[in-house]
Design a protein around this ligand. Structure first.
Ligand code: 6PG
Length: 225
């Protein structure tokens, strides 16, 4: 595992923002554009705020989402609401370069629609992910039937983290991305990361090779934090 340790959540956000920007620039230099999928939850918010200041040719970037909660557009608990407030409202990204998951339509219809939209591209270049204390990533939870589905985007009806109804990129699709970056912060994540380092398998450890950004509080070898 490629684990990069930062002192605290702020330096993790700074380190991750620099790294993500560097990877976006490399993809754009190589391919002329970059398809980046963003994580929801709370951890990446500061990283997105810092990403605004990075030197990126925003006109070449497409933003996708790793998962979305089935809530009305604009709901404060939607992942795309957080991403718009932290990043998209502050950068000159062409409107048609933002690809929200239409989760307001309900999980089944939204997953089908997003799978169709994703079929228009060869795949995602970079996927940013978080991880819950149970080892879930995106909206793929341990022992959930969604883990077995192979379409690009899949419906989830029984997520243990509310709201229960969500849409997620599938494990299969996440694995096919060129690169995965996982952000982990806080003492609450230390135990599950320790179990993953010890070889236990959870959805977050099954996404394929990934670069992990972890702060000291979440780091299992942290003695005095
Ligand atoms: C969601 C996220 C989810 C998140 C993890 C970690 O919709 O909740 O996509 O996968 O990344 O639960 O969340 P925190 O970063 O808030 O700990």
């Amino acid at each position: 595992m490629d684990i990069r340790r930062s002192l605290n959540s702020q330096s993790l956000a700074e380190d991750a923002a620099r790294y993500i920007a560097e990877r976006i620039r490399k993809v754009i230099a190589k391919k002329g554009s970059c398809h980046l999928s963003l994580a929801g939850g709370g951890t990446p918010k500061t990283t997105y705020e810092l990403l605004r200041q990075q030197p990126i040719d925003w006109s070449r970037l497409h933003i996708w989402f790793g998962d979305e909660r089935c809530l009305p557009v604009g709901d404060s608990e939607r992942n795309d609401t957080m991403v718009r407030l932290a990043l998209l409202n502050h950068i000159p990204l062409p409107d048609n370069h933002v690809h929200p998951i239409p989760a307001e339509r309900g999980a089944t219809a939204a997953a089908a629609a997003y799978t169709k939209e994703l079929s228009d591209i060869a795949g995602l270049d970079i996927i940013l992910l978080g991880m819950g204390e149970d080892g879930h990533t995106a909206s793929l939870f341990p022992e959930n039937v969604a883990l077995e589905l192979s379409e690009a985007a899949v419906p989830v009806f029984d997520a243990p983290k509310p709201p229960a109804e969500r849409v997620s990129l599938s494990l299969n699709f996440i694995r096919r991305a060129e690169e995965r970056i996982i952000l982990l912060s806080g003492a609450g994540k230390r135990e599950i990361l320790s179990r993953i380092i010890g070889g236990e398998r959870f959805p977050a450890s099954e996404v394929g090779t990934a670069t992990w950004f972890v702060d000291a509080a979440a780091s299992p070898d942290c003695r005095d934090c």
